[in-house]
Design a protein around this ligand. Structure first.
Ligand code: NAD
Length: 491
């Protein structure tokens, strides 16, 4: 049954967006969205079943094969994408606030990543596709060959809760630019905000079926991955889920990109500047309450500077303003859910039960009597083989490790199953750059760490396969095709 009028309460999202309409769920399961800072109700969302996913994939397939989108010119798609960006911008303030409430992200960060970034990415890929050669003719031995770049097809996109708007748009913007259609399955932890894309898509007249959104859990997510109507899977989430999804895509010979977890290292060389290092910490280690895939949760420090840096990091942690993420002064909000808080507290126990030294934190903040807050926690003298140094915590729990030389630091930085972010600090830029070149990681900063949306982003080793962002990100959504043609096709 489909419903065209949008009669939702302010935040409830009890229908799915399929084929350009708000559609009643096939099942009955719902998810109560709770505010991270208070535990109070934010709204209710319907949870999709395999049948809802199936309906969404059929809509996307039909739109790809018989709809106008995949046959529009790049200029026509760019024009719609810019209007889409404007529609999101008009909603950016309320979207930023909503995500802060959902997952605890401090509002200033949320304004950048949930408010501004999605529109910025739409504009960027509108520009990229306008400058991409989608058809060229080249001479061949028998005549000529037309080399085309066609949309890869129906995209199944699966996103996590930590940057729900930006990470969805890392996929949606290049997919739209390429002429693909999409089924987007967000995470139940951020159940409400992704539907803002649907509101904007309706407003700008994105053709039906080009974007379909079904909130669902893991099982329905798995049915999206293996659905025969899907051509490409774009996944961001944990390495554990990425392994399962990658294996299924391998079995099906299905294109996939996997953006997974991390255990990045900040490396403070013997001539590093403490103020520079501390100025980077909000983005390198604390960003989004350390619920960031690139979080540098291992802090490697030259032994000659170790005590000084351990004390500075501990003091920096104590100085964090822990509180409601909607307050502009807050620098550290709550964890996204009770389940996630339990996980982070579990890692604090892991640290306490190891030979590491607890320097600061280690519990719940005494002045927060509700919500899923955790004290920023620093362990020193961590062995790089300890569980705390090897596994992703995804919260403000940091492992500090001393080293004896640059080569020792490089060995420790690279001694990780992951390779996603990282940064290196030195007064000597060439020394730091030389170090950065040798770290096996997808991104690394010199005397800072902040993501550049204009450059390829992704991981090495267990942090994933493929790259999103930058002009290169369009390649995930285009497929080459060669047409062997007569010679007279040449200009
Ligand atoms: P998660 O893997 O539990 O879930 C991510 C998404 O995948 C959710 O929508 C979930 O419902 C779905 N899912 C889980 N198992 C699935 C399966 N078997 N088949 C299909 N869908 C499935 O991760 P999370 O806890 O939501 O997010 C945190 C993780 O994401 C961290 O490990 C973090 O490092 C990673 N992450 C990576 C990047 C990156 O760009 N590399 C960015 C952000 C987050």
């Amino acid at each position: 049954m489909t419903v065209t009028a949008d009669a939702r309460t302010e935040l409830d999202r009890t229908r799915f967006f399929i084929n350009g309409e708000w559609v009643e769920p096939r099942g009955t399961e719902t998810h109560d969205a709770l505010e991270a800072a208070t535990g109070e109700s934010l709204g209710t969302a319907a949870l999709g079943t395999d049948a809802d996913i199936d309906a969404a994939v059929h809509a996307a397939r039909e739109a790809l094969e018989n709809g106008p989108w995949s046959r529009t010119t790049a200029a026509e798609r760019a024009e719609v994408m810019i209007r889409f960006a404007e529609a999101l911008e008009a909603r950016s303030e309320s979207t930023s606030r909503l995500v802060s409430q959902e997952n605890g992200m401090p509002i200033t960060l949320s304004s950048a990543f949930n408010g501004a970034a999605p529109a910025g990415l739409l504009r960027m890929y509108a520009d990229v596709i306008s400058h991409t050669e989608l058809e060229t003719v080249r001479p061949s031995a028998q005549g000529s060959t037309i080399v085309r770049r066609e949309p890869v097809g129906v995209v199944g996109a699966i996103t996590p809760w930590n940057y729900p708007q930006a990470l969805a748009m890392f996929k949606l913007a290049p997919a739209l630019a390429a002429g693909c259609t999409m089924v987007l399955k967000p995470s139940p932890e951020t159940a409400l905000d992704t539907y803002v894309f649907a509101d904007a898509a309706q407003e700008v007249g994105l053709p039906p079926g080009v974007l379909n959104i079904v909130l669902a859990g893991r099982e329905a997510g798995a049915s999206l991955v293996s659905h025969p109507g899907v051509d490409k899977v774009a996944f961001t989430g944990s390495t554990a889920a990425g392994r399962i999804i990658g294996a299924e895509c391998g079995r099906l010979i299905r294109r996939c990109t996997l953006e997974l977890g991390g255990k990045s290292a900040s490396v403070f060389l013997s001539d590093g500047d403490i103020d520079t290092f501390l100025a980077a910490m909000p983005t390198s280690s604390f960003m989004n309450n350390a619920q960031t895939c690139t979080t540098a949760s291992r802090i490697l420090v030259a032994r000659s500077r170790y005590d000084e840096v351990v004390e500075a990091v501990a003091q920096f942690s104590r100085d964090q303003v822990v509180g409601n993420p909607l307050e502009e002064s807050t620098t550290l909000g709550p964890m996204a859910s009770q389940t996630h808080l339990d996980r982070v507290m579990g890692y604090i126990d892991v640290g306490r039960n190891s030979s590491a030294r607890l320097v600061t934190g280690g519990g719940r903040p005494a002045d927060q009597d509700r919500g899923w807050f955790v004290e920023p926690t620093v362990f020193a003298d961590v062995d790089n083989n300890d569980q705390l140094a090897r596994e992703e915590v995804f919260g403000p729990v940091f492992a500090m490790i001393p080293f004896d030389s640059d080569s020792d630091a490089l060995r420790i930085a690279n001694d990780s199953n992951y390779g996603l972010g990282g940064s290196v600090y030195s007064a000597d830029e060439e020394r730091a750059l030389g170090f950065a070149r040798r770290v096996r990681t997808g991104t690394i900063g010199v005397n800072r760490y902040d993501i550049d949306l204009g450059a390829p982003f992704g991981g090495m080793k267990d942090s994933g396969i493929g790259r999103e962002l930058g002009p290169e990100g369009i390649n995930n959504y285009l497929e080459y095709k060669s047409i062997y043609a007569p010679a007279d096709r040449l200009g």
